[in-house]
Design a protein around this ligand. Structure first.
Ligand SMILES: [Zn+2]
Length: 282
């Protein structure tokens, strides 16, 4: 990717080297999980409940920077993450504007080993994740080694992962994530897993949309980049991961989709650039 010299997002928060610090939002992970569950069982609008505690995602970006106990690092990986996040901000701001809406971008937290989120404690082992409760993406950069180990090296492979997590943020903003969680709360395990697959494949499709729009706007891609993205999508397919873990790749245990499906939905978004093409629930 030709990413150097492009705008870097101001929404990256570097918590590396700070250890496990309590959420500065004032509500501990345990309380937040109870709130989320309460919302699911009582049919409340979870986002409304959460917004009482974590505030509007748009207002958080204006808060003053936290004093870090270690000097701010500005290494290449952080710069790369900041550029990719900025490109997703430009893409989704344009897509939302077309629908007459304003895009509220997520924050992206870089951490090391363990991190406190509104969804509980995240660890490097769980890989990058998005927490709907605080509208934040959490990434431990050791995941880059993991991607390499899984046979998906390259900068665009990592960009696809970031764009996928931003895809979950879009689902949070549109209400799709809340609807799916409500359906899952009254579904069987197999049905709940099938719903999770649809949500994940849609996030892959949204990553494809980002690729399409960014390429039109900025022409960042170099030969081999698309292949890197597809390799990453395939590497995180359930069939491959279950096989690697020595388990039978049974469909009812899938939560993210097969390698083939993940590549297909990423490609669909990339080819069309149209959010309507990402209806994995149809
Ligand atoms: Zn996902």
């Amino acid at each position: 990717m030709r990413w150097r010299g492009r705008r870097q997002s101001g929404n990256v928060e570097d918590r590396r080297g700070r250890g496990l610090v309590r959420s500065k939002k004032g509500v501990g992970g345990g309380a937040m999980i109870i709130l989320i569950l309460a919302g699911l069982f009582f049919g409340e609008d979870v986002q409304k409940i959460l917004s009482l505690f974590v505030g509007n995602p748009g207002t958080q970006t204006a808060s003053t920077p936290q004093q870090s106990s270690t000097p701010a690092q500005n290494d290449e990986a952080k710069q790369f993450v900041s550029v990719v996040l900025a490109e997703t901000e430009d893409t989704w701001a344009a897509v939302f504007a077309q629908a007459g809406q304003r895009y509220q971008p997520p924050k992206l937290v870089l951490y090391q080993d363990q991190v406190q989120s509104a969804c509980g404690v995240g660890s490097a082992a769980s890989g990058p994740f998005y927490c709907p409760g605080d509208y934040q993406i959490y990434i431990d950069l050791s995941f880059l080694n993991e991607l390499r180990r899984m046979g998906a090296p390259g900068d665009f492979a990592f960009a696809y992962v970031i764009a996928h997590e931003v895809g979950h943020h879009i689902q949070n903003l549109t209400g799709t994530a809340t609807q799916v969680r409500q359906l899952q709360s009254r579904a069987s395990r197999a049905e709940a897993n099938a719903l999770s697959v649809r949500l994940e494949l849609q996030a892959d499709c949204y990553a494809g949309i980002w690729t399409n729009h960014t390429e039109k706007r900025a022409a960042l891609l170099e030969p081999g980049d698309i292949e890197e993205g597809l390799a990453a999508a395939a590497a995180v397919g359930d069939d491959r991961l279950l096989k690697q873990a020595g388990r039978a790749p049974r469909r009812e245990n899938f939560t993210h989709g097969s390698s083939q499906e993940r590549m297909e939905w990423f490609q669909r978004g990339m080819q069309t650039g149209d959010i309507q093409a990402c209806n994995t629930f149809g």
